[in-house]
Design a protein around this ligand. Structure first.
Ligand code: FAD
Length: 498
């Protein structure tokens, strides 16, 4: 499949490509503009590899001034822009458009300042998530949100997707760990939000930017909170005879007032795939496995491990093992962190979903998923951020079998509809992108969507930043009551509907 239904390319932009490339080379000289087809291939897709599209041109700026000039230029000539970090988005957020500049932020790769007194690091958006932790590790600090893709994904992409990870239950998502931003709007204006302090002045635009999926502005600098590593961290493996029992155990742990550093769940298929891949010591005779990490002072951790073991026993756990060294703790996590590639070894293709549900509805949703698996005749492996109720069903399919990709997508859509039906939401951490765009009406009515589009219009009236993502249709800003129409002339008549 090449591309989902996207806005029609602007013919005038396509016709003027040579001129546009030349102008962009003036702004970003050297190797910062890539227009050869074979070189652009590296950028034609992101983590949602079912879709691919060559961009108009790839631009890799190195300075904020260059970002500002590129955006100003694009706004002047009505050229669309797709921001990109490392391209690991699983919702197609960084999927290029044929008539759009792909603005790749990977050369913004410096840690600008580490301020231990204020417990913050100031970094450029192209630094990898793990790079932030590595930069502060020698003083015993780290950056808490830890997506499984942390070795590759950029911190700018994390902000745009409000990324999460196994430790976000206790320490919060990206939005809870970003204190300040510098960003450039489509008209080239450089804006600072927040700083090194808690709470922002005025409206919480910092909160609005986090999770804005590249639709509002381009992030050029980020101030993140860094935390001191806990004195002790130990992980437990706890096995159950059913997913329902494991789900109930999670609810009981949280209900008892214990907030583990992380609490993850895997079903039989995912356990086996991960164990075969990394030999993490997972039991193969259980239906569901919890990995529960307790962290803090040693005495507290010991106490909480005892409490969790008791709760697990009450829920029928058939095995429990506590890590006895840092190496063993890392090994327990290695299986979970490698779960996606591990599933990739047992199926030619898989489709990773991301939805969130109220924790207590987990057994019902798992039962529903089993029925859907039969209906669509495709297997599903389950990996969850169980503490957050964030599901990651991995639908197994083979794209070489005609119709299987479409069936996998329909299966995925049914799972997300189920999440919404039980009071959950369409995404937990991977964003809406193109993947869930057309499902937005399952969650929001027209008024809700209009309100969100009004915010988009306040930043980007011409819908130049990442169009075709998040919103199922581009309503003209004029339709949002945002613009005045003079002498019957619609402003921006070229904004397409799709
Ligand atoms: C194997 C695997 C495991 C994953 N596990 C997790 C996980 O545990 N948790 C999780 O949250 N995600 C996970 N992801 C998804 C992905 O890694 C995250 O969404 C990540 O935040 C994307 O970062 P990126 O730099 O790759 O962004 P990209 O994919 O390049 O872009 C993502 C979005 O951000 C926008 N964007 C990027 N940079 C900027 C910028 N500087 N300014 C404005 N907008 C920008 C883009 O336009 C796009 O909409 C996983 C992905 C893979 C492939």
């Amino acid at each position: 499949m090449t591309s989902p239904n996207m806005p029609d390319p602007k013919t005038d932009v396509l016709a003027n490509r040579d001129r546009i490339v030349e102008d962009l080379r003036d702004i970003v000289p050297g190797e910062g503009v890539v227009d050869a087809t074979n070189q652009m291939r590296a950028f034609e897709t992101d983590g949602l590899t079912a879709y691919r599209q060559l961009p108009l041109v790839v631009v890799l700026p190195e300075t904020v001034a260059q970002v500002s000039r590129v955006l100003k230029y694009c706004q002047k000539y009505g050229i669309r822009v797709v921001p990109r970090g490392s391209g690991t988005s699983l919702s197609g957020g960084a999927l290029p458009l044929e008539d759009a500049v792909l603005l790749v932020m990977s050369r913004f790769n410096k840690v600008l300042e580490i301020d231990y007194d204020n417990r913050v690091a100031v970094v450029q958006p192209g630094v990898t998530n793990l790079g932030v932790s590595n930069a502060v590790a020698e003083r015993g600090f780290y950056y808490a949100p830890d997506p499984s893709s942390q070795i590759a994904c950029s911190i700018g992409g994390n902000v745009a997707e409000n990324a999460g990870g196994v430790h976000c239950l206790k320490y919060g998502l990206t939005t809870n760990n970003v204190l300040g931003l510098q960003m450039v709007t489509i008209d080239g204006e450089v804006i600072r939000l927040g700083g090194r302090h808690l709470d922002s002045e005025g409206y919480d635009i910092l909160g609005l930017m986090t999770g804005s999926e590249g639709l509002l502005a381009v992030v050029t600098e980020i101030t993140v909170r860094i935390l001191q590593k806990p004195e002790t961290a130990r992980a437990m493996l706890v096995g159950f005879p059913s997913n329902e029992a494991a789900g109930q155990c999670v609810a009981d742990i949280i209900g008892a007032g214990i907030i583990p550093g992380g609490i993850e769940m895997m079903d039989r298929l995912a356990i086996k795939a991960a164990e075969d891949f990394v030999q993490a010591g997972y039991p193969l005779d259980v239906e569901a496995l919890l990995i529960v990490e307790l962290d803090g002072p040693e005495a507290e951790v010991d106490h909480l491990i005892g409490k969790v073991e008791a709760i697990a026993g009450n829920n029928g756990a058939t095995m429990s093992r506590v890590s006895t060294s840092e190496e063993e703790r890392q090994t327990f996590w290695a299986g979970r962190k490698a779960a996606f590639p591990a599933v990739g070894r047992i199926s030619p293709d898989y489709y990773c979903m991301d939805g969130t549900i109220p924790r207590k509805r987990l057994p019902e949703v798992l039962a529903g998923m089993r029925e859907l698996s039969e209906k669509h005749e495709l297997a599903v492996a389950n990996v969850f951020h169980a503490g957050d109720g964030n599901l990651h069903p991995l639908i197994l399919y083979d794209a070489n079998n005609p119709g299987e990709l479409e069936r996998a997508e329909e299966f995925g859509n049914d799972i997300l509809r189920l999440c919404v039906e039980v009071g959950g939401v369409l995404t937990g951490e991977h964003g809406v992108g193109v993947e869930k765009r057309d499902l937005m009406p399952a969650m929001f009515n027209k008024d809700d969507l209009d309100q969100q589009i009004r915010i988009k219009c306040a930043f980007d009236e011409q819908h130049l930043l990442n169009p075709g993502k998040v919103f199922p249709e581009l309503r003209r800003c004029a339709e949002m009551g945002r613009m005045h129409i003079s002498r019957g002339q619609l402003p921006f008549p070229d904004i397409p509907r799709f």
